[in-house]
Design a protein around this ligand. Structure first.
Ligand code: SF4
Length: 388
């Protein structure tokens, strides 16, 4: 691992390095400066549960002018300093003791014409995934109700398509969106590429968020997928934004990419204005039959660094622990929450791969002294603002 020493960083950043030292140690004093810092200026008050409700929206202005060097310098900070800074930012924008529980259901599985190297649902890979068409409304509503009863406030529906096709399938999806929205859950969909009119129809049906991951850096993207381009992804994201749907966009680590590729992914996300409201960070689940099944395992500490850098670069976003949690220890979960992750995907299954069960996550929350949001975080925040 070729990490910069603190002395190297001071040399590299000169006065910015001096500023960094001051701010890292002094945390709360960092205000609106150029360079590696962001959004740590006006609050720093959430040192305990007493801070709940105060820090929401109280952080310094959000920054979109990140450079690769900025993010790498943050990522490479000595771990205790990185965690301190990430936690400080986290407390300015989020309740540090609350985690959003989300549920993801595959509503149309398998047979996807795309060739994403990590995906067991691609028709290009022999993985033995059972295919099924769009699930019936009653079944999906039952699953959404189970998720709600178990404490999820967000219900995501995924369909293995390259793009949505207008017609009966899309009409069924709109029906699912209306139904789940009617249950008071945040509805998120991930259906592949969208046209403008489809994005608007989803919005009208009650779709709150649309997931469309960039997966990795633009430079590494072609190593993972060749049936679509990075620009295709960005176009759909723009249509989602234009329709007034919030963006859920993140990536996957453990696909053979370098640390610089991971930074490149964060840079693409952190340059977006506004930032994606939701940033799912996935650890590759190695599925036999996919081209990436033999990839090297991710160093857990590197993953924590990624979470912390995402938190600092995109202070307001929900940072979600998504695929790959089964391979993560409780201690790694704890570090990720401290680094600024504030959501997890719950339930025994995540699309087609296994996920920690309900009991595990409830016990984990109890062990860590954390709790799940009981309503959508947006609603809780506005309630806190109203009484604050
Ligand atoms: S587009 Fe989605 S479902 Fe299709 S292969 Fe890629 S990740 Fe899998």
């Amino acid at each position: 691992m070729n990490r910069l020493s603190r002395a190297d960083m001071m040399k590299m950043f000169g006065s910015r390095g001096d500023q960094m030292e001051h701010n890292v140690v002094g945390g709360c004093e960092l205000q609106n400066r150029e360079g590696v810092g962001n959004g740590m200026g006006s609050g720093c008050r959430g040192s305990s549960a007493e801070g709940r409700g105060e820090r929401i929206g109280s952080g310094a202005p959000i920054r979109y002018s990140w450079t690769r060097e900025d993010l790498r310098a943050i990522y490479d900070l000595p771990l205790p300093e990185l965690l301190f800074r990430a936690q400080t930012v986290h407390r300015q924008y989020h309740d540090p003791l609350k985690v959003q529980r989300s549920t993801l259901l595959s509503v149309k599985t398998g047979g996807c014409p795309e060739n994403c190297g990590y995906c067991p649902q691609s028709a290009h890979h022999k993985t033995g995934v059972d295919r099924h068409p769009v699930l019936p409304l009653e079944f999906v509503l039952e699953k959404a109700n189970e998720a709600k009863e178990a404490g999820s406030t967000r219900f995501c529906m995924g369909a293995a398509w390259r793009e949505v096709k207008d017609g009966p399938d899309f009409d069924k999806i709109l029906e699912l969106v209306r139904g789940v929205h009617g249950m008071g859950l945040e509805v998120c969909c991930t259906l592949g590429m969208l046209s403008e009119s489809q994005a608007h129809r989803l919005k009208e049906a009650g779709c709150h968020a649309y997931n469309h991951n960039l997966d990795t850096s633009p430079e590494y993207y072609g190593e993972v997928i060749s049936t679509r381009t990075y620009d295709d992804r960005l176009r759909t994201l723009q249509r989602v934004r234009d329709a007034g749907i919030t963006v859920c966009c993140g990536g996957i680590v453990g696909m053979g990419e370098t640390i610089d590729d991971r930074i490149g992914l964060l840079l693409e996300l952190a340059k977006q204005n506004p930032h994606p409201e939701s940033v799912p960070l996935n650890v590759l689940v190695k599925v036999e039959g996919t081209p990436l099944a033999g990839s090297d395992t991710v160093d857990p500490i590197e993953f924590v660094r990624l979470v912390a850098t995402a938190r600092i670069a995109m202070p307001r976003s929900m940072v979600r622990l998504s695929a790959g949690r089964l391979s993560m220890s409780d201690e790694l979960h704890a570090l990720c929450f401290f680094a600024g992750a504030n959501s997890l995907f719950a339930g025994d299954k995540l699309l087609t791969t296994a996920n920690p069960g309900e009991d595990h996550d409830v016990t984990l929350m109890q062990r860590l002294g954390l709790s799940f949001f009981e309503a959508s975080p947006r609603e809780e925040w506005s309630m806190a603002a109203a009484v604050g």
